[in-house]
Design a protein around this ligand. Sequence first.
Ligand code: ATP
Ligand code: MG
Length: 564
Amino acid sequence: MNDTSKAVTPTNFIRQIIESEIADGRHTDGIVTRFPPEPNGYLHIGHAKSMCLNFGLAEEFNGSCFLRFDDTNPDKESPEYVESIKSDVQWLGFKWEDCLTHASDYFPQIYDWAVELIKNGNAFICSLSADKIRASRGTLTEPGTDSPYRSRSVNENLELFEKMRAGDFPDGSHVLRAKIDMASPNIHMRDPTIYRIRHSNHHNTGDRWCIYPMYGFTHPLSDAIEGVTHSLCTLEFEDQRPFYDWVLDNVTISKRPRQIEFSRMSLDYTIMSKRLLTTLVDQNLVNGWDDPRMPTLSGLRRRGYTPGAIRDFCSRIGVTKNEQQIESSVLDNCVREDLENNAPRAFAVIDPLKIVIENYPKDQVEQFEALNHPNFPNMGSRQVPFSRELYIDRQDFLEDPPKRFFRLAPGKEVRLRYAYLITCTSVIRDSDGEISELRCNYDPESRGGNAPDGRKVKGTLHWVSIQHALDAEVRQYDHLFQDADPTAVHDKDLINLVNPNSKTVIKNSKVEPGLIDAVTGASYQFERVGYFCVDPESTSSHLVFNRTIELRDSRGKKMLHEKT
Ligand code: ATP
Ligand code: MG
């Protein structure tokens, strides 16, 4: 890796809290954090923020971070999601070592704690329907009403709970509720449900259980079991913190975690809701979870975004409690900076236009040495073949150019990078009047691309030799959504918001012959065009490249092949 910058981790309020606790003599055994995805979809870039925070703090403060699958909802979870999450965490460069757990690993212990709550009069079996429970919850301004089952005796509750567990009741017939306060100003404290009946097969526990603890109950208990010191979650859980603490206050635990909230990250032109991402996949609006337009880590990886760039991005955006809507250019710049330093260069002609160098010997082939990186000689060089017939990019020629057009035009001279200076002598058209070919002459004295007499030649073009070129399919991407903030969208409207031009496939591109050996996932800078990476569908007989991102010149302007 060529790293030209020195990474400094910016501080944040959570880090400062931990530092001050350590200064007070706490956490002498190190801190413990956790990253707790629910395996009901693939991870996205928002999760990367949470991972960088949790794994990052553990690393920094000599602690550990659990990768915990929060799997309390058997109907929506699957082993496919579990596996994808594990591989994405590893890809980003985080290690869970022996800290890989599932909330479902703790079902027996959580059940015992539920029994403890019942025994102490802190939980009861409620036999109201889900609708009735909802209706009796009250509103933000009105208190709720007590369930008629709230005064059931401890013995009756224990007996019913045992029968729930034994499978004696159908789904929805009873729930276990915490007994707190139906008049609490915080709705989450109004006797929340903590266990429900669900006769479903669970990806981890199979048919062992037909009752499942609710997320809000499971989470603090899983944290306590793992000895988590800092349970970091997004702001929507702030209202649930009193319940989080209530659970920990009312069962026998030896370690006490603390919940701290931070704001969720949103990125322009995309969405982070797993429900909506699932809809995109299910409705075939994208080609699967790893479609390069998706904000998922597997999509970004396929697109050519690197783990280093994503971690750099997470570090730049920081962690606060303020709303965080990030412009897509912030992520793009991180990707560009990483690839600028690390992607080898190659020649590729996206939209080929044939040129014939009429004064170049017919059967001659020369090899020119091309640098793999202009700034890093350690990245080596390669030989690129040159011959009489070449392709250049169609956008590099204009028959009637405006003033400051430094590329090719009739009578104008340009440099073919690493090779020769050429001048366009004539334009040939096909029967439809389209330009099909250019005729040129070269200056044999300009080998390497330098004018023998020192004359100034401004334009430099990339090229490939026709007889040596490989065919390639190039897929270019734009924003998935037309709207910068599609977050408020409903499922049924999703289709209308998807950018119809978000994917363009170009089938007849030409690349230099050395790319025959390009391996899946490898990134290149196609000189003057952009950063590209090899798609998993690519084979040596059918090369496929995804455009990761276009180049920017020093003024931030878009380069070739961009709509402006
Ligand atoms: P859903 O879209 O269904 O609400 P989720 O985003 O809550 O799902 P989880 O699998 O529960 O998904 O998330 C795992 C962890 O990642 C949680 O701690 C969550 O707070 C964090 N996380 C999820 N999305 C973001 C985001 N956009 N920004 C920061 N952290 C996030
Ligand atoms: Mg969640």
